[in-house]
Design a protein around this ligand. Structure first.
Ligand SMILES: [Zn+2]
Length: 285
């Protein structure tokens, strides 16, 4: 099935979603995201499958302005040794072809942003060519928040070292990485917003143009159901208390504003406006 390309206009800036994979079942991250609990959310239809199970998406978001082409997050990647994550092991997806079809051949990307350094956000930083991992986006600077790199590069467990070794270290070795602050300006109208907790140096990405605003969540929230249930445990958070505070602050900050909230793992329409709904929130299309 051909994957749907989604686009949004924010002033003079265009944001495009290019999807790598979409799949039902998010209880490995959100244990409370059962079919039963999801069924209590009247507006959840676009974000669940026909059986009512939570849909998750892995996609990149491309930000285009007059003179820039910025890719936010680089998904899982092909050929990578990702056991014990079987569903992500040695993928063979036509993601780079899909990217080119959407108007983004790899040479065109001038900046890559990783909201954080988890496995599903760094994968296409590299690809397997000949006998080694080589940078995919050779014309791009890759921006990583300094505390994010400092945290993960000090982690010695095998899985982290494998992920950094095949997807991050090669772009450092090629001199393509800039370590930046958690509130860095990426380009005119595009900046990091510090949102720690999911990981220590996690950032959201804020886009502003001609009085219009959008925010790319990164993984501070994984599924829109969390707007209805802000207190749900998120098992992927490295600091659950801080992540909870960041999530609630984010919802409080953007609810009722015209800012377009674009989810990094939201399936279906992927974006909407956050509004207050009783004690919690709702994502309006
Ligand atoms: Zn993720």
């Amino acid at each position: 099935m051909k994957k749907e390309i989604l686009r949004w206009q924010v002033g003079d800036i265009t944001i495009t979603r290019v999807q790598e994979i979409e799949a039902p079942g998010m209880r490995f991250i959100l244990p409370d995201a059962t079919v039963e609990n999801l069924g209590t959310i009247p507006w959840i239809g676009p974000y669940v499958d026909p059986a009512g199970d939570a849909l998750g998406s892995v996609h990149s978001l491309l930000i285009e302005s007059a003179d820039r082409c910025i890719m936010v997050d680089t998904c899982i990647g092909n050929d990578k040794d990702r056991l014990p994550m079987k569903a992500w092991h040695k993928l063979q997806n036509p993601f780079l072809e899909d990217l080119a079809d959407a108007g983004f051949p790899v040479e065109r990307v001038d900046t890559v942003v990783c909201t954080h350094l988890h496995v599903d956000h760094v994968g296409w930083n590299t690809r397997w060519v000949g006998d080694r991992w080589v940078p995919t986006f050779t014309n791009a600077r890759t921006l990583v928040a300094r505390p994010e790199w400092e945290h993960w590069s000090a982690e010695k467990d095998d899985l982290t070292q494998t992920i950094l070794g095949d997807s991050v270290q090669p772009i450092f070795d090629a001199g393509l990485v800039d370590l930046v602050e958690v509130d860095a300006e990426v380009a005119e109208g595009v900046r990091f917003e510090s949102t720690p907790g999911h990981t220590p140096g996690h950032v959201a990405v804020r886009i502003s143009s001609r009085g219009e605003e959008a925010i790319i969540t990164g993984d501070l929230v994984h599924h829109p159901a969390q707007f209805a249930y802000p207190g749900w445990e998120d098992k992927a958070d490295s600091d659950p208390k801080l992540a909870d505070r960041t999530r609630r602050d984010f919802m409080d900050r953007y609810a009722g504003t015209p800012t377009l909230v674009i989810g990094t793992h939201f399936a279906g329409p992927t974006a909407g406006r956050l509004v207050r709904d009783g004690d919690a929130y709702r994502l309006d299309a």
